[in-house]
Write a protein that binds this ligand. Sequence first.
Ligand SMILES: Cc1cc2nc3c(=O)[nH]c(=O)nc-3n(C[C@H](O)[C@H](O)[C@H](O)COP(=O)(O)OP(=O)(O)OC[C@H]3O[C@@H](n4cnc5c(N)ncnc54)[C@H](O)[C@@H]3O)c2cc1C
Length: 493
Amino acid sequence: MSAEKRFTPARACSLDQVPHWDLETDVLVVGFGAAGACAAIEARQAGAEVLVLEVAAAGGGSASLSGGEVYVGGSGGTDVQREHGFVDSTEDLQQYLLMAGGPAADAERVAIYAGNGVSHFNWLREQGVPFKGTYLPGKWIEPPTDDTLLWSGNEKAWPYVEKANPAPRGHTVQFTGWGGGKVLMQVLCERAVQLGADVHYNTRALTLVVDAGQVIGAVVREEGVVRFVRARRGVILCAGGFICNSEMVKRFVPAALDCELPVTGGNDDGSGIRMGISVGAATLNMQEFFATLPFFPPESLVKGIFINGRGQRFINEDSYHGRVAHYVLRQPDGRAWLLVDNEIFGRPVIQEDIQIAAVGETWAEVERELGLPEGALVHTVEEFNRLASTGNDPYFHKAAEWLRPLTEPPFAALSYCKGDFQGHAFTLGGLATRPSGEVLDADGQPIPGLFAAGRTACGLPRWGEGYSSGLSLGDSTFFGRQAGRKAAGQSVV
Ligand SMILES: Cc1cc2nc3c(=O)[nH]c(=O)nc-3n(C[C@H](O)[C@H](O)[C@H](O)COP(=O)(O)OP(=O)(O)OC[C@H]3O[C@@H](n4cnc5c(N)ncnc54)[C@H](O)[C@@H]3O)c2cc1C
């Protein structure tokens, strides 16, 4: 029988099935991505022996393909924020993160992160992660330049702006163009190795080993050979989320099936989450996912209006692209269009072949071409134009800087109907943990010897509608560090 059949993540291995220990360590880290690298660094610095398992041939995980954008602020602001004139209080960041976390926000986790964001940013720099410190105004998904501070969420959009003073908090690793995550992960992985973490590549954690309710190690397959690894102080699951596991996606987060493109390095198969479940861990928010339909840049498109099949608006279009995506995805019959006039027309840089569903010299023509009920679209546009010319949007509270009547023909409708756009997604649900990384069972009690961080856990980003760019890397790196310290027997913040 193959190793995968004998040992699967969903069935833990008991000590009596372990013939001998092939390897022993204090702290065993599963996954050498954002959370795993930071957990390894901290556990090593706490004096623990650390062994890291990485299924891929190199470290970095999804984080190494990412934009390298890290969401931090608070404490008056990072030096970068302050240099560019932005004050960012801990209370504002905390309030924003509470809203971003949605109905199941974890107030304790939010408070810890908000209070320590600046020191975490400084810690990343101390490891050698470069942040140039320049500010890029406007609305971007990732900086096309090597600038490193940008607006990366809903800070200036309603309803967030009413509850928390806005500040740009997307701190992006210095790298020209998209893909700064490569630099971030090169630095963090090298640092972990330099500190003495023993990394085993091409090595998959197959399942956990338990004894009397305590996690004491893992069964792994290294270069095709099954090996038994003992972890004296704990196992930290940092194996990413489950967007690559179609069965799990269908079961837990079917709404994400409408997004064609998984946002991943390819190994988010839910193995970490399943290993946790196998020893009694509770899961949280498994239905939540980050989604985006990157309809901007160009930012002129933010001045357009989204309508549904009833000709009605449904969102303030100046919201973060991920929030807009969730609203688009839930429109009746999967029908939604972005209406633009000649002055603001452009093709979204991430999907230049976006389908133009209708064009007309009048909005009535566009309405007819879309097959909408007579007057539905025309009325919506007229009402929008009337109010936009006074700088108001009482229906959806789009900020005045993005309000402009759509009056210059020709007019067009870009299709965001199901099947016409390429949505991108990754999962946000995962194992229930304390901010220390301790994995919790269904009674909220820690499972001895088991920790988790990053997308294997349900962390700071836990509500698709509230996601902001940089939250996943911020969460994975910060709470990965916490888990590393805790597993090594150190105190955590
Ligand atoms: C194109 C792209 C752009 C992105 N941009 C941003 C951004 O700018 N800001 C942001 O916050 N987020 C961004 N993200 C999301 C972010 O990169 C991830 O959510 C983040 O990396 C999660 O960190 P992690 O440590 O949980 O997982 P990862 O970084 O993916 O690390 C998990 C590691 O575990 C390994 N692994 C999995 N299963 C096993 C196993 N059984 N045994 C051993 N190893 C295993 C994987 O190979 C991987 O190396 C982006 C993602 C992509 C793909």
